[in-house]
Design a protein. Structure first.
Length: 368
């Protein structure tokens, strides 16, 4: 059977069976690694369990712990979304477009509507309501909006940096072992083929040349080359991780540059773009242009305008509005479809990994 045909919509039972077996294999491997680091695991459990236990004990420490808990959960939420966006499971869940982007947009729209950013906490960040009085230190400005969303943006960026580690460790382990990459390590095989193509430039496509440029930049410039690749949104950064692992670039050189580039520089650029794109003047201009599209302009303009008006009304409401809008429903449906696509792709990828490994083991037994 062709491994690429092992997908949910073609072989649902077999795919789910292999997926479950792969989950079991990964769980066993994870438990074995935990046993190897018993001391660190116990220390981590102690650090995590102590504040949780203290949350159930009355005392003057309780308000501080409750405040700290909300901040830690908020940071871990965005960190996790960042990891999901970049970790290599066949496809990335585009959590910037689905979660962080809309969050920054809602804060930006609220800032211009309310005139300030000192939203009452709670319900912020779960719900944004205009403050009764605007704090002069938090008036609506480009800088203040960027400051307001800096924590979630930086944590999301840090999560994307963590998600780039698997290609690095995979390539590093393959190089240190001295063996050719396994069949299921498609990225490594592609990287080695790219290095072979370097000797015959006439056979290279534009994509191959772009990948080779990234490889040379990372290899020759080092920290600042990695920083440049991480700071600019590009789909070829996985190659930078593989290159760093293959050429045994030190971990902290790779991860430090990646973290700085993605969590600080790249995120600042993306946040700046979203904040500038969703100021009231620009939105009004875009709606005017949409309304002038022959035939469908007014039909497209109406639901967007209604959605924005509903959002503004919610900002001044003390309770959640029961009304909804077709634009909200469509966006919720889009988010749900993207999440389902990610889950299905993850199931397919893990099932195929199990099949490849099992098939390779069977071939080896037959040859022996």
């Amino acid at each position: 059977m062709d491994v690429h045909s092992l997908v949910v919509w073609k072989h649902p039972i077999l795919t789910l069976d292999y997926f479950c077996k792969e989950v079991v294999c990964l769980s066993k491997s994870f438990v074995k690694k935990l046993i190897c680091y018993k001391l660190y695991v116990l220390l981590a459990l102690l650090v995590i369990s102590t504040p949780i236990i203290l949350l159930y004990i009355e005392g003057p420490h309780l308000p501080i712990l409750i405040w700290a808990k909300s901040k830690v959960v908020w940071c871990l939420y965005w960190l996790g979304l960042g990891v999901l966006s970049s970790v290599g499971f066949g496809t990335g869940l585009h959590t910037f477009l689905l979660y962080l982007g809309p969050h920054i947009t809602s804060v930006t729209l609220a800032a211009y509507e309310c005139g300030g950013l000192n939203f009452p906490e709670p319900p912020y960040p779960e719900q944004i309501i205009c403050p009764d009085e605007v704090d002069s230190a938090w008036i609506a400005s480009l800088w203040n909006i960027m400051l307001k969303v800096r924590v979630e943006a930086m944590m999301w960026g840090a999560g994307t940096a963590l998600g780039e580690l698997p290609p690095y460790f995979m390539a590093r382990a393959a190089r240190l072992s001295g063996r050719p990459p396994d069949e299921d390590k498609e990225d490594l095989i592609e990287f080695e083929e790219l290095l072979k193509k370097e000797k015959h430039p006439e056979t290279m496509t534009l994509v191959d040349k772009s990948k080779l440029f990234v490889e040379r930049l990372v290899k020759k410039v080092g920290f600042f080359g990695i920083l440049a690749c991480a700071s600019i949104p590009n789909p070829l950064f996985d190659l930078a991780g593989i290159t760093c692992g293959h050429f045994l670039i030190p971990f902290w050189t790779f991860f430090g540059a990646t973290l700085l580039g993605k969590a600080a520089i790249k995120m600042s650029i993306q946040v700046l773009f979203v904040v500038v794109a969703f100021n009231e003047t620009l939105i009004a201009s875009v709606l005017d242009i949409v309304g002038k599209i022959p035939g469908v302009g007014k039909k497209l303009q109406a639901p967007i305008t209604t959605f924005l008006e509903n959002q503004k009304q919610r900002l001044h409401a003390k309770k959640d509005s029961k009304g909804t809008n077709i634009a909200v429903k469509l966006f919720d449906l889009f988010v749900l479809s993207m999440v389902l696509y990610f889950i299905v792709s993850l199931i397919n990828s893990m099932a195929q990994n199990y099949y490849k490994r099992n098939h390779k083991t069977s071939k080896k037994r037959l040859s022996d």
